[in-house]
Ligand binder design. Structure first.
Ligand code: ZN
Length: 148
């Protein structure tokens, strides 16, 4: 079932991620510190190492890929919403190596920032809460009363 909520733009931030910080955790900590319950995120930069996930739709679990090498963050895009009462970031990342080859997937903890520039757009007037989705086995957004 398709549904959506209308969002209004809130605050916006542009900033740098900490050297050797965890990419996902740094963004989640920033969102929590600013009280962002919903938002959209973009990041570019580089990482010292990366861990990405691929969701196996039959097994309903993530397989993880680890890259112990320096890589460019060609693109990293995602959102912030509430999961288990706290702001949680869901990000997908495209990483490039020294030959321009690309890897990509669902960003998980363990990705270490070398340099990172982020943009966070807060979204207001909606309720984005994650809960267990039976069909997919994923923690997806739950339909809210105000949705159309
Ligand atoms: Zn994902």
């Amino acid at each position: 079932m398709m549904w959506a909520q209308e969002a209004k733009p809130g605050r916006r931030w542009v900033g740098r991620l900490p050297f050797q910080g965890d990419l996902l955790e740094s963004l989640e900590a920033f969102a929590a510190a600013k009280g962002v319950d919903a938002g959209w995120v973009n990041v570019i930069g580089a990482v010292k190492k990366a861990v990405i996930g691929f969701y196996d739709q039959k097994k309903k679990q993530y397989d993880h890929l680890e890259f112990n090498q320096e890589l460019e963050i060609v693109s990293c895009v995602g959102n912030v919403s509430i999961r288990q009462g706290r702001p949680a970031a869901h990000l997908h990342i495209t990483l490039g190596d020294s030959r321009g080859h690309l890897y990509g997937g669902h960003l998980v903890r363990g990705t270490v920032v070398f340099a990172g520039e982020f943009y966070l757009q807060e979204l207001l007037g909606l309720q984005l809460q994650r809960g267990f989705d039976q069909e997919t086995g994923l923690p997806l957004w739950e339909k809210h009363i105000g949705s159309t």
